[in-house]
Write a protein that binds this ligand. Structure first.
Ligand SMILES: C[S@@+](CC[C@H](N)C(=O)[O-])C[C@H]1O[C@@H](n2cnc3c(N)ncnc32)[C@H](O)[C@@H]1O
Length: 241
């Protein structure tokens, strides 16, 4: 795949793209709208190469009804923190059976009509109920500062779930006080938070702490996807509070 992409890039120098498609006899570089700004990004431009490497560029950017992308989470690196929110949109559409008629879903006008029939509409990166205004929830405002350990962290130690030779990943660590206190007491701990520590490590650990995170996520599908994502890092156990 990397080689096919490198060949395609060399054949269309300067072509801006964010998705690559490759099959034995055809390669394409595709530029979609920004994944973070659109729930179902529209295709803006593509360059495809046939078996002889002849490029053909198509500009969709002025079309009223461009092709759109579904399931954008499947195109991200496995540890991309946007996956739970993106996957939640897919799950919501799947639950309503919207992906069954694959012939209709590929272009924006049809898809918008199908969503409307299901009582939904797209608001930028979100999928919302048709009659509802999209609300910006300031989830980060829920994070407090602590002097000692949180109740979940201290209970994990008290009941032997977190042991001195374990490493802990604090998923949604807020201001990081649990990580700091655990480290000060000889534990190995690291954290990540989309608002307070977006550059924090996201990697497997013995124990994952998902402390007071699920309750700040308003969308039930995203709650479920966040649980799944956090669980994926836990090699021995996870505490959810
Ligand atoms: C109530 S605070 C809890 C912070 C910390 N775990 C603690 O116990 O102090 C909720 C935290 O969840 C974070 N958060 C919000 N959405 C999240 C998501 N989708 N995944 C992980 N963390 C998230 C917020 O940034 C916030 O820091």
């Amino acid at each position: 795949m990397r080689q096919a992409v490198a060949r395609a890039e060399a054949a269309a120098p300067g072509f801006e793209w964010n998705v690559a498609k490759a099959s034995p006899d055809r390669q394409s570089l595709l530029l979609y709208e920004d994944f973070s700004k659109s729930a179902f990004p529209a295709l803006l431009r593509s360059v495809s190469f046939d078996a002889d490497g002849v490029p053909s560029i198509i500009d969709y950017s002025r079309r009223d009804n461009p092709p759109i992308l579904h399931r954008k989470e499947t195109l991200l690196a496995p540890d991309d923190p946007r996956i739970p929110a993106f996957a939640a949109i897919t799950r919501r559409a799947e639950d309503l059976g919207l992906f069954k008629d694959t012939k209709r879903i590929g272009t924006r006008a049809n898809w918008t009509a199908m969503l409307a029939e299901a009582g939904l509409r797209v608001d930028g990166p979100r999928l919302v109920a048709a009659g509802e205004a999209a609300v910006d929830v300031a989830r980060e405002k829920t994070a407090i500062s602590r002097n000692g350990l949180s109740q979940p962290a201290s209970l994990m130690i008290r009941y032997g779930m977190l042991q001195p030779d374990h490493e802990l990943f604090d998923y949604g660590c807020g201001r990081g006080d649990d990580v700091a206190t655990l480290r000060a007491n000889g534990y190995s701990a690291f954290g990540w938070d989309p608002n307070f520590l977006p550059g924090g490590e996201r990697r497997p650990a013995d124990i994952v702490n998902l402390g007071f995170v699920i309750n700040v996520i308003e969308d039930p599908h995203e709650r479920e996807e966040t649980l799944r994502a956090a669980w994926g890092y836990a090699s021995r156990g996870m505490a959810v509070s």
